[in-house]
Structure formats: C-alpha cells, structure tokens
Design a protein around this ligand. Structure first.
Ligand SMILES: [Zn+2]
Length: 159
C-alpha cells in the first residue's frame, strides 16, 4: 500500500501560486527574476544592513506589502528570502497583520507551519519544474536557479 503524501500546501494556495507564475511569466527565464516579481506584485522591497541573524521580514504598511531583506547575505539567500516573503503574501498570512520574520532557513522542521508553507511557495516560484529535468544534480539545479540546494530538495518533494 502506498502511503498517502501529506500535501504541504492547501489547494487554493497552490492554485494562487500557479496563477501568479502564469500571469507574470515567472518561469520564462532562469534564474527566476524574483525581485521583479516582488515589484510587479506591489511589494516595497527594502535592503538593509545590520539585520543579522534575520534574513528578511514582511509586513503591511497602509495596505502595501513591505519586505526588508538583509543586504549582507549572499544573493542566493536574498533570492530565497524574497521568495519566502512573497509566499507569506500568496498564502494570505499578511492579512492577519503583524510581522513575519525569517531567521532560520530550511533547517528546522519544528517551526511554525506558516514558515513551511512560505518555504514551499518559495521553492515553487524559484525552481521551475523544467529545471528539475534539465540538470542532473541538485548542485547544478541550485546553481542554475541561484538558490540554496535545500530549496531544490524541498521543490522535489512538491513535484
Ligand atoms: Zn516566514
């Protein structure tokens, strides 16, 4: 008997991600232009020094989604962080108010399930399905997509 796979994303959320990818042609080029997607979807993106150990945060100011991104981390982690914060918005997490703070990445499995959802959306946005087929190794896919290797591993679980 095949074990039932637990879906990481609720169906409406996954549908919203799929629509966003189609609407903004997100997967037309590699690496995915994630900063452009943030701008296109109305984000105010602010790069800031002295944020460590925080990678990024997201909130709403006067209705507009705003994210802070740690300017001192590598581009690869900045890209992951932007995808993650866009994920909070697409999942509806910003509607409840407050600020989401990303400080641990893709490591702890015991954290808030909202964080796992945001990570899953980051993986779907930043690692197109065709990238999984076009390169043989996780390292090659991660390099082509300019993301951490662990995001590629997560993307494979969502296939
Ligand atoms: Zn988060």
């Amino acid at each position: 008997m095949t074990p039932e796979r637990t879906p990481l994303l609720p169906r409406p959320t996954r549908e919203r991600v799929r629509e966003t990818i189609a609407l903004y042609d997100v997967h037309a080029t590699l690496p995915v232009p994630i900063r452009q997607l943030a701008r296109d979807t109305g984000w105010d993106v602010r790069f800031r020094e002295r944020m460590s150990p925080v990678l990024a945060w997201a909130t709403r100011e006067s209705g507009q989604p705003v994210m802070g991104v740690n300017a001192s981390i590598s581009t690869i982690y900045q890209r992951y962080a932007m995808g993650h914060e866009i994920g909070h918005e697409l999942a509806g997490h910003l509607r409840t108010g407050g600020t989401w703070t990303l400080s641990s990445c893709l490591t702890r499995r015991d954290r808030d399930p909202h964080e796992a959802v945001a990570d899953a959306i980051a993986a779907l946005l930043l690692v197109p399905a065709y990238a999984l087929d076009d390169w043989e190794t996780t390292g090659a896919i991660a390099r082509a997509c300019e993301v951490p290797r662990r995001l590629v591993d997560l993307r494979r679980q969502l296939a």
